[in-house]
Design a protein. Structure first.
Length: 407
């Protein structure tokens, strides 16, 4: 199974800095107007109530019952953090990492997370693990990251359970252990966490043969899809598409509505060839293909460009087609690299340039395009010594600009 089929969780609080992990209880219970609630928190905080100081900070972050003031919010959160409020310590770290209420302060964020993690904050343990796994602000240490996720997972923190499970799948900081991976993933998924349901479904669908379970895969993907998780809607739609089930169209449309280009591309394929209860409809297929390309789905950009290469009597359409192919090639798409090489070699909407053609053909070959490997000697024979030097210089310039070749 490709790692692209799995979806690691990143630090949650940092991706939604202005939303607290949980609303202050008084607000959640709807006690009085928000302004009264805010002033009540502030009065209590000024009298020394640590939890109230945290809630004042959250209100000021969001402008809840008061005018939003990020600097004041950070000051109140620091006040609570200094008095050992774990939620405040985590939120201060979040602010420091994002530069909310002051300049970015990665080292300060790590310090607060370490303090909160030592005192048992599952969110801090998860977030610090995320930073250590990525080497963001701290030395990369996947073993330390897995240990932190283990601590948070043991407290029932679903995001940490997911990351710990995927660490066991990949052997990141821990030995590969599929039974443990499935155990942790199942715990997270059965808590209703959509991303864990999606990952568990993908493991049952595409994992090693001994772990595959088509019925369980469909069940977990359907659960995550019903929660609105776009990647699960796509995956479940593809499962149904493979079974030629009409419901596939609904799920793929839902995923496409969440701007997943791959879902739009799948719909284009269905309407092009027919299936899932639909007859072939090239016009509708073209609409979905263009939508997928608009959403920057690389195979769609290439396919739309490839279809336009035959329009040699329409220079504008031909030029746009070559631009689409070039965009896909710059993303490392092997057929696009091969086709862009042909455009340079033949002068299709471009000046003939065999050196560039050779460079792009080499990039295609490096990415496993068998046609490119066969074509390279023929194209190289067209280059003199000076042209070959230029072609190799061009290759050296292009290689760092493209995504690395997957092992």
């Amino acid at each position: 199974m490709d790692d692209d089929d799995l979806d690691l969780e990143a630090t949650a609080s940092f991706s939604a800095i202005l939303r607290p992990a949980a609303p202050p209880p008084a607000v959640a219970e709807g006690i009085g107007p928000l302004e009264i609630t805010f002033h009540g928190f502030k009065t209590a905080a000024e009298a020394g109530d640590v939890r109230a100081a945290y809630r004042v900070g959250i209100c000021l972050l969001e402008g809840r019952g008061c005018v939003q003031d990020l600097q004041a919010a950070l000051a109140w959160l620091l006040r609570a953090a200094d008095q050992r409020d774990l939620d405040a310590q985590v939120m201060v770290a979040s602010c420091y990492l994002r530069g909310v209420g002051g300049p970015v302060n990665v080292s300060g964020a790590v310090q607060w997370l370490e303090i909160a993690a030592r005192h048992g904050s599952a969110e801090a343990q998860f977030s610090l693990g995320d930073l250590r796994a990525r080497g963001a602000g701290v030395k990369a240490d996947k073993a330390a990251a897995a240990a932190l996720w283990q601590d948070a997972a043991a407290q029932g923190y679903a995001r940490a359970q997911l990351n710990l499970a995927l660490a066991y799948v990949r052997g990141d900081g821990v030995p590969v252990d599929m039974p443990l991976a499935l155990s942790w993933l199942t715990r997270a998924a059965d808590s209703g966490y959509a991303k864990a349901e999606y990952n568990l479904g993908q493991l049952y669908l595409k994992g090693a043969p001994e772990w595959r379970n088509a019925e369980a895969a469909r069940d977990y993907l359907r659960r995550a899809a019903n929660r609105g998780f776009a990647q699960a809607q796509l995956a479940y739609g593809r499962v149904l598409q493979n079974a030629d089930a009409p419901d596939a169209l609904d799920w793929l449309r839902k995923a496409a509505a969440q701007e997943l280009g791959q879902a739009a591309f799948a719909l284009a394929g269905i309407f092009k060839s027919g299936g899932c209860g639909e007859l072939s409809n090239p016009a509708v297929a073209d609409v979905w293909l263009r939508r997928a390309a608009e959403l920057k789905y690389v195979p769609a950009q290439f396919e739309l460009g490839r279809q336009g290469l035959s329009q040699t009597d329409d220079p504008l359409r031909l030029a746009e087609s070559v631009r689409l192919i070039a965009r896909a090639a710059r993303k490392g798409h092997p057929p696009a690299c091969y086709t862009l090489s042909a455009c340079y070699a033949r002068g299709l909407a471009l000046e003939v340039d065999n050196a560039r053609a050779w460079a792009w053909l080499t990039l295609a070959a490096q990415r496993g395009d068998a046609r490119a490997e066969l074509k390279l000697p023929e194209l190289e024979a067209r280059l003199d010594a000076e042209g070959l030097v230029r072609a190799r210089d061009m290759l050296g310039h292009l290689q760092p600009l493209l995504p690395p070749v997957k092992a």
